[in-house]
Design a protein around this ligand. Structure first.
Ligand code: PEP
Length: 257
C-alpha cells in the first residue's frame, strides 16, 4: 500500500505583514507537537515579504513546520523586475512553491506553458512545486471538469522527468469552491483526485502515481476536512482562508481527532 504522508498547506495569499507572520508561525509552532508532525506534514505559504522572518522563526524556535512561497519566476535571474527566483526561495529554506494558483491564472493570465516553466524553475532549485489545477463553474456545469483538469496536469508536467515528477504535489482546487464557502463534496474531490492519479500512472507509471500527493483545496475548514480526507486519493488540503486562524488551522492538521 502506498505511504503518502498527508500534507496540510496554508495559503495565506496577500495577508500578514512579516511581523504578523512571525506571530502566526509561533502560535502554530508552539501548539503543534511531535505527534502532529508524525501524522501530517504542516506547511505555511506566506507572502514573499514574510519568508525571511518565517525562516528565522522556524530556525530559532526549532519548529518542525515547513514553508514555501506562493509563486516562483520561470526565469533564473536577470532583468525581470518584480520577480522572485527559485534560487532565492531555496536560499530562504523554502521547501515548496505554489505554481498556477487559480488566482494567478485568472488575474495574471498564467497559462499552462508558463505554469510548466515555473514547475521547471522550482525543480531546478530543489523547491517542490505545489501545482494547482481545477475547473471553473461553467466547465463544471458542462460536465467537462475531469478532462479540463487533466489537461492542466498534462500541461504542467510536460517534459518533466519522472525523477522530478515523483515528488510533485498536485492540488485540485475547483475555482467555484475557492473562497466561496462552497466546498466540493468528498465524492467530487475523489472523482477528480482519483482521475489525476490515474493520469499520472499513464504519463509515468503506477509506482510514481502511488507516491505523488494529491491535495484538495476549496473552502476547507475544521468542520469538513475529516470527511474529505477519508477519500482514498485525497492526500491533504490546500487551505486558504481557514489557515489565517491558528486555532482553526491546528484543528485542520488534527482532523483525525
Ligand atoms: C486557496 O486559495 O488555495 C483556497 C483553497 O482558498 P479557500 O480555502 O479560502 O477556499
Amino acid at each position: 500500500t502506498p505511504s503518502r504522508k498527508p500534507l496540510m498547506a496554508g495559503n495565506w495569499k496577500m495577508n500578514n505583514t512579516h511581523l504578523e507572520a512571525i506571530k502566526l508561525v509561533q502560535q502554530l509552532g508552539f501548539t503543534l507537537k511531535e505527534p502532529d508532525y508524525e501524522a501530517v506534514e504542516v506547511v505555511v505559504l506566506p507572502p514573499f515579504t514574510a519568508l525571511r522572518s518565517v525562516q528565522t522563526s522556524v530556525e530559532m524556535d526549532k519548529l518542525a513546520l515547513r514553508y514555501g512561497a506562493q509563486d516562483v519566476s520561470p526565469h533564473a535571474s536577470g532583468a525581470y523586475t518584480g520577480e522572485i527566483s527559485g534560487a532565492m526561495l531555496a536560499k530562504l529554506g523554502c521547501s515548496y512553491a505554489v505554481v498556477g494558483h487559480s488566482e494567478r491564472r485568472q488575474y495574471h493570465n498564467e497559462d499552462d506553458a508558463l505554469v510548466n516553466a515555473k514547475v521547471k524553475a522550482a525543480f531546478a532549485n530543489q523547491v517542490t512545486p505545489i501545482v494547482c489545477v481545477g475547473e471553473g463553474l461553467e466547465v463544471r456545469k458542462a460536465g467537462e471538469h475531469v478532462a479540463y483538469t487533466l489537461a492542466q496536469v498534462d500541461g504542467a508536467l510536460e517534459k518533466i522527468p519522472a525523477e522530478q515528477a515523483r515528488s510533485v504535489v498536485i492540488a485540485y482546487e475547483p475555482v467555484w469552491a475557492i473562497g466561496t464557502g462552497e466546498v466540493a463534496t468528498p465524492q467530487d474531490a475523489q472523482e477528480v483526485c482519483g482521475a489525476i492519479r490515474t493520469r499520472l500512472a499513464e504519463l509515468y507509471d503506477g509506482d510514481l502515481a502511488d507516491q505523488v500527493r494529491v491535495l484538495y483545496g476549496g473552502s476547507v475548514k475544521s468542520g469538513n476536512v475529516a470527511k474529505i480526507m477519508k477519500e482514498r486519493d485525497v492526500d491533504g488540503a490546500l487551505v486558504g482562508g481557514a489557515s489565517l486562524d491558528p486555532g482553526e488551522f491546528v484543528k485542520i492538521c488534527r482532523y483525525r481527532d
